[in-house]
Design a protein around this ligand. Structure first.
Ligand SMILES: Nc1ncnc2c1ncn2[C@@H]1O[C@H](COP(=O)(O)OP(=O)(O)O)[C@@H](O)[C@H]1O
Ligand SMILES: [Mg+2]
Length: 426
């Protein structure tokens, strides 16, 4: 089906809208990767719904994915709007149990409807032609990695629609490519009031009452730095092979529920420069401890970590992990686990945070950006609430990183100066 027929479907729609300039520029864009970054109520989800059906109509034999960061957004925002334009029973069949929508003009293709709490699992479908991600700034960096591999085979297209939330992956791994002139990317950025339906009075009212950077993000669609960012100047670098004889150790944070993955951050220190590298990560939700432990071993590669620092509130989990890693069965495969020392992590959250901050500022601490995807992603949105408290979700890699980095220096006599600095908070 060609573009004409696709437009005919749109034209037949009782909710037909005339796109405003922020939408229509994106509608005519031919690039593979499209982003509508705009104020709330600007007409982003509306656009995404039509864009998706248009892609489907061009390739009715192929599958596509509609994805939102979580189930609530998917159901109450994304799908509700999509079905307003393309109602089940009139335009296609909605299989609720499988979360699939099959338009009547399908020639074998389906639309998978997914939430991305655990993107590696929920976006597992092999090959798709297109992906629409709504509220994409809340997706994890790892979801963007997975989405690219899903559309990679067919060189398919991706459309993201969202308000910005600080300078996260969407800024660094998408928007900046467009700004740099990469021809695969197209970005349309606009304020809420470009939508003729958006009430001007409300827009002006909020402008008066909201902090200017929050207003710029939520109503202008601008990528402001998050207020209260905890590590505003992290240091990332491309990974290299860590020599086997460097000291390596691990920071560990356990978690079982959504937003509380189990995270291990693997550190190494260069004996020459004393630089510390977070060189690998493990990051998985809700698995058995034995599975986490196997993941731990896999991440070690040819290295033999000496210390494991864990949250002192998680004694039982740590004991379980230790028991598994030191079991005869594992020791037969990895004799070095016998010597692994499990220790309570340095306790103070604030001083630990300062230690990491000092590590970044003094160029001591570096994170391998190609391997520590979740750690990198969390850091960029790791910000204090208005009341100053640290994040309680999506903090797993940050916690594990803090345990690993701050504890070693608090525990080691070799690092007397840094130890003193950490413990006294200077
Ligand atoms: N081009 C447009 N012209 C008029 N109304 C629009 C247009 N685009 C969207 N709308 C309407 O504006 C409202 C908000 O749209 P929505 O797509 O949910 O915004 P967002 O996802 O940006 O918050 C909806 O009622 C929608 O029908
Ligand atoms: Mg929306």
């Amino acid at each position: 089906m060609g573009e004409k027929e696709a437009m005919a479907i749109l034209a037949n729609n009782p909710h037909d809208v005339t796109f405003h300039p922020g939408q229509s520029s994106a509608w005519h864009a031919k690039q593979r990767f499209i982003l509508l970054i705009a104020g709330t109520g600007g007409g982003k989800t509306t656009f995404g719904a039509h864009w998706s059906m248009d892609e489907f109509t061009r390739f009715p034999k192929d599958d596509g994915i509609i994805v939102a960061p979580n189930y609530k957004t998917l159901n109450q925002g994304t799908l509700r709007r999509f079905f307003q334009f393309y109602p089940p029973g009139k335009t296609g069949e909605f299989k609720k149990n499988d979360m699939e929508f099959i338009p009547y003009h399908s020639e074998g293709g389906k639309i998978f409807i997914r939430s991305a709490e655990n993107p590696e699992e929920s976006l597992e479908a092999a090959v798709v032609r297109w992906v629409w991600g709504d509220e994409a700034s809340l997706l994890k960096l790892i979801a963007w990695d997975v989405i690219q591999s899903r559309v990679g085979f067919l060189e398919g297209r991706v459309c993201f629609t969202t308000t910005p939330r600080g300078q996260n992956w969407l800024y660094y791994d998408f928007y900046k490519h467009w700004r740099a002139g990469n021809p695969d990317y197209f970005v349309s950025q606009f304020p809420s009031i470009l939508n003729p339906k958006y009430p001007r009075r409300e827009f002006d009212r909020v402008r008066e009452t909201m902090s200017s950077s929050k207003f710029a993000m939520r109503y202008l669609g601008s990528f402001e730095k998050l207020e209260g960012q905890i590590w505003p100047n992290p240091r990332f670098k491309k990974g290299f092979r860590i020599p086997r004889d460097w000291k390596t150790w691990v920071g560990v944070d356990f978690g079982y529920t959504k937003g509380h993955e189990t995270a291990f951050i693997f550190f190494a220190e260069s004996p020459k420069t004393e630089r510390v590298y977070a060189w690998n990560e493990y990051y998985r939700p809700k698995l058995l401890m034995s599975e986490h432990a196997e993941g731990f071993l896999k991440c070690c590669e040819d290295k033999q970590p000496t210390d494991v620092f864990f949250d002192s509130a998680a004694q039982q989990e740590a004991a379980e992990l230790e028991a598994y890693l030191k079991s005869p069965e594992v020791r037969a495969r990895y004799p070095w686990t016998k010597k692994l020392k499990f220790m309570n992590a340095f306790k103070s959250v604030e001083l630990g945070i300062d230690a990491v901050e000092e590590g970044f500022n003094s160029r001591k601490l570096w994170i391998f950006e190609d391997r520590c995807r979740n750690f990198q992603d969390e850091i960029r949105v790791y910000a204090r609430d208005e009341d100053g408290s640290v994040p309680k979700v999506y903090n797993n890699a940050c916690d594990a990183g803090r345990y690993g980095y701050a504890s070693l220096f608090a525990a080691s006599s070799k690092h007397k100066k840094r130890k003193a600095a950490i413990i006294t908070g200077i």
